[in-house]
Design a protein around this ligand. Structure first.
Ligand code: SAM
Ligand code: SF4
Length: 313
C-alpha cells in the first residue's frame, strides 16, 4: 500500500519485548528501564495477528526485534508463526547475539531468513563497558553459530560512538576482507540515552578513515561499499546526515500493540483489541499518517517519548 507521500510500505518491524539482558549505555538508562507492565504486553498470538493484517496491507518483509527479542519465551515459535503467514518473503531478526549460540539453528529451522547482530566493539573490556552486562565471546560464538546454521548475508550492526569505538572503524572494516558479512555502521540517534554516550559521528567518518572503500550499491537504507577483493561489504546507515525518509518503507509495532508510523514521531495507533477488518483499517490509517520526514537533523532531538529499547530500532 502507498502512504500519503507515494512511498510503498512493505516492511514491518515488530518489537516483541522491551526487556533486555544488556544495558547498552546509548540505549538504556543506568538504573534499568521502567518496563511495560506484564498485562500491557501483547501475547505472541496477538502480535502474529497484527503482523498478518499488515501483510494483507502489503507488507512483505518482517523484522523481529526488541529489547532483546530472544529473551522472550516463545520467540522461536513466534518466528515460525510469522514464517507461515502467506506473503511473507523475508523474515529477519535483530539481536545482540548473546543467546544465538543456542538458538541460531532453531531460528533457521523456524524460517528466519536473515540475521542482524549488534556488535559495537571487538575489545572485551570495552564490550563490557558499553553493554554493562555483556561478554564479547558470547556474541562472537553467536555469530559462528549463525554461520553454522546456514544464515547467509549476516549483518553486523555497529553504532558509531565518537570517542568510544571510532578507533576501531578500520578493524571492523577489515573483518569484511575474510568474512562474507555486511558490517553496518549506524549513526547514533539522539533518543533517550543515545544523547549521552559517546559523541555523534557522521557516517562519512568511515570513508575518511578507509579511503580504499569503493561504492557498490544500496541495500535498503544502507549505502554499500567494498574493499578491493573483500568477501563482505560495508554498509553506512545515516539517519542523521542523510535522512532516508523519502525512501522509508517501514512501519513498526511495539510489544504493547501500538502501530508507530514513524520511528521519531510520537503518533501511535492502538491495535490491541482489534481484529479482522477493523485491525486492517487501523493499519491502513497508520500508513496514511506517516509523516513526510523526521526533523532530528534540525532540532537534534527525536519527538518520540519511547526509548530505542521500546521500539526496536
Ligand atoms: N537488542 C537487539 C540488538 O541490540 O540488536 C535489538 C534491539 S536494538 C534497540 C536494535 C538496534 O538499535 C541495535 O543495533 C542497536 O545498536 C541500535 N540502537 C539502539 N539505540 C540506538 C541509538 N540511539 N542510535 C542508533 N542506533 C541505536
Ligand atoms: Fe539491549 Fe539492544 Fe538496547 Fe543493547 S541496543 S540495551 S542489546 S535493546
Amino acid at each position: 500500500m502507498l502512504d500519503g507521500f507515494a512511498r510503498s510500505i512493505t516492511y514491518l518491524r515488530i518489537s516483541i519485548t522491551d526487556r533486555c539482558n544488556y544495558r547498552c549505555r546509548y540505549c538504556m538508562p543506568d538504573g534499568g528501564i521502567e518496563k511495560c507492565a506484564h498485562e500491557d504486553i501483547c501475547s505472541l498470538e496477538e502480535l502474529r495477528d497484527m503482523a498478518a493484517a499488515a501483510v494483507r496491507c502489503g507488507v512483505k518483509k518482517i523484522r523481529v526485534t526488541g529489547g532483546e527479542p530472544l529473551v522472550r519465551r516463545g520467540a522461536v515459535d513466534f518466528c515460525r508463526m510469522l514464517s507461515e503467514i502467506p506473503g511473507v518473503e523475508e523474515l529477519c531478526v535483530t539481536t545482540n547475539g548473546s543467546l544465538l549460540k543456542e538458538v541460531a539453528q532453531p531460528l533457521r529451522d523456524a524460517g528466519v531468513t536473515h540475521l542482524n547482530i549488534s556488535l559495537d566493539t571487538l575489545n572485551e573490556e570495552r564490550f563490557r563497558t558499553i553493554t554493562r552486562l555483556g561478554t564479547l565471546q558470547d556474541t562472537l560464538d553467536g555469530i559462528k553459530a549463525a554461520e553454522r546454521a546456514g544464515f547467509a548475508k549476516i549483518k553486523l550492526n555497529c553504532v558509531l560512538l565518537g570517542g568510544v569505538n571510532d578507533d576501531e572503524i578500520a578493524d571492523f572494516v577489515d573483518l569484511t576482507r575474510e568474512h562474507p558479512w555486511q558490517v553496518r555502521f549506524i549513526e547514533r540517534m539522539p533518543m533517550g540515552c543515545g544523547k549521552n554516550f559517546g559523541t555523534y559521528l557522521p557516517s562519512q567518518a568511515v570513508l575518511d578513515r578507509c579511503p580504499e572503500l569503493e561504492a557498490v550499491s544500496h541495500d535498503g537504507v544502507a549505502a554499500c561499499y567494498r574493499l578491493p577483493d573483500a568477501k563482505g561489504t560495508v554498509g553506512l546507515i545515516a539517519p542523521m546526515s542523510h535522512a532516508f525518509c523519502a525512501e522509508c518503507s517501514r512501519i513498526r509495532i511495539t510489544a504493547d500493540g501500538k502501530l508507530k508510523p514513524c520511528l521519531h514521531s510520537d503518533a501511535e495507533i492502538t491495535l490491541r483489541g482489534l481484529s479482522g477488518e477493523e485491525l486492517e483499517q487501523a493499519i491502513r490509517r497508520g500508513i496514511l499518517m506517516k509523516p513526510e520526514r523526521h526533523h532530528m537533523d534540525e532540532t537534534g532531538v527525536t519527538e518520540t517519548h519511547r526509548g530505542m529499547f521500546a521500539i526496536g530500532g
